[in-house]
Structures are given as structure tokens and as C-alpha cells.
Write a protein that binds this ligand. Structure first.
Ligand SMILES: [Fe+2]
Length: 241
């Protein structure tokens, strides 16, 4: 990938497409209102994003149906048109891997993105999944391409890069959160994300924007030396979308 010249003080994204955010108002723990949602979108646009694939949570805490999400998306799009804000916006979801997810998977009632039906899913942060291999098998069998959200945040994977390799070998793509490189979560998470980056294990990058604090950290992530290393060591797929 040929990178345009940017100084280290640059506050712009090197990809046009963001694939992970919580921008639909009052549907999860992301934007709380339409005004806040618009504010976050304008900030992302200012950072150089041209297309946002927003991904509300579907979990036991946020039992959103596909219909709920599509309805919220339609309202948001209408508001963007109304305010004449030019940015492409699409919708998918971030699925927590639980029983409800398995039911939705059986019904093929899942919101995905891209031609390869990329399916963004997340795991528990603290408890290792019981049988990830068969879940991934089922996801692929149903015709989806599994994309694991923020692999750097799962503490039970932290001490062993082989665990990450094993998941990648199952055919799972990795989406890291950009704010992880900027110490947003913890020093440990930053250490792990660096390892994933320099070992060429990253497929997608995402902002995972929920609120203003994320925007502030994201803006500062672009000037981190680790940001450029993402593109040096990995084939990042964001811009094929
Ligand atoms: Fe998320």
C-alpha cells in the first residue's frame, strides 16, 4: 500500500472507511441522542472518513433486533440528508457470541457488511469461550466471514500469541481498535495490539466510537508511530468496502 505523505502531527485517518462504531442514537451504549450522533459523525468526517459502517451492539444487554437497527439507521440517514451532511453511512452490527447469537445465526438473521458478508462479533472480555472453533465453523458454514472485534481486549488471550494464531487459523479475521494503540484501555492492551500489528495479524481497523472521549483518543492515535506500522506490516482491508 502506498501511503500519502503525512507529518507525525497529522490528525487524519489513512483509510476512508470505518467499520466499527456505535452511532445510531439511543440503541446501545453509544450515541445517546440524534444531536450527539451527528456530532460524532461530523468529527469522524473531519478526520477524513468518507464512509462509516456503524455497528450497534446485539447482546443480552442490548437486545436489538435487525428491524430495530434498520429503523434507527433509516432515521439517522434521514437526519443526515436533512442537515445536508455528505458522508456515506451503512449499517451492520456487533454480535456478542451468546445463545441469542446462535439462534440468529441459525435463522441467518444477521446484519453484515461487504461482499464477503463480514460478520463482526465479540467475546466476553474475561471468560474464555467454551467452543470457539465450532462457533466459527458454523459462522463460515452459513456463508459469513467472521471478524473478531478488538482481539487485543480479551484478557485470557493476552499471554500467548499462539492463542491468537490458533484463532486466525480457524479463518477468523481480526479488527483492532485504533484507540488501543494510544493507551486508551490499558498498557497491557497496548502491548498486545502492538504484537498483533508487528506480527502482521491485523485485517481491519476500527474506531469503535461510542462517545466524545473515544473521538479525542482516536484523533491522537493517527500521530502515533504505531499507526503507520499497522500499514507497514499488515494488509488492511477497510478500503475494499
Ligand atoms: Fe463496539
Amino acid at each position: 500500500m502506498v501511503l500519502p505523505f503525512f507529518s507525525l502531527k497529522e490528525k487524519h485517518s489513512l483509510v476512508d472507511v470505518d467499520i466499527h462504531s456505535h452511532l445510531i442514537p439511543a440503541i446501545d451504549d453509544g450515541a445517546k441522542s440524534m444531536d450527539r450522533s451527528i456530532e460524532l459523525i461530523l468529527s469522524l468526517k473531519e478526520m477524513g472518513y468518507k464512509k462509516l459502517i456503524t455497528t450497534p451492539h446485539v447482546s443480552d444487554m442490548f437486545l436489538n433486533t435487525s428491524q430495530d437497527i434498520l429503523k434507527g439507521y433509516k432515521n439517522l440517514k434521514k437526519e443526515l440528508d436533512h442537515r445536508e451532511i455528505e458522508i456515506e453511512i451503512e449499517v451492520a452490527a456487533e454480535y456478542y457470541a451468546d445463545d441469542n447469537f446462535e439462534k440468529l445465526l441459525k435463522k441467518k438473521d444477521l446484519l453484515t457488511f461487504g461482499e464477503d458478508q463480514y460478520l463482526l462479533f465479540e467475546l466476553s472480555y474475561f471468560t474464555s469461550p467454551q467452543d470457539l472453533e465450532s462457533l466459527v465453523y458454523d459462522i463460515k458454514l452459513a456463508g459469513y466471514t467472521p471478524v473478531l472485534a478488538h482481539p487485543e481486549r480479551y484478557v485470557y488471550l493476552h499471554n500467548d500469541i499462539k492463542k491468537y494464531r490458533n484463532i486466525k487459523d480457524m479463518g477468523v479475521l481480526f479488527q483492532i481498535n485504533l484507540i488501543s494503540i494510544n493507551n486508551y484501555y490499558s498498557i497491557e492492551v497496548t502491548k498486545v495490539v502492538k504484537e498483533l500489528i508487528v506480527n502482521g495479524m491485523v485485517d481491519f481497523i476500527g474506531s469503535d466510537t461510542h462517545h466524545r472521549r473515544h473521538i479525542n483518543f482516536l484523533r491522537r492515535s493517527f500521530s502515533q508511530s504505531l499507526y503507520r506500522k499497522i500499514f507497514k506490516y499488515n494488509k488492511i482491508l477497510n478500503n475494499i468496502l
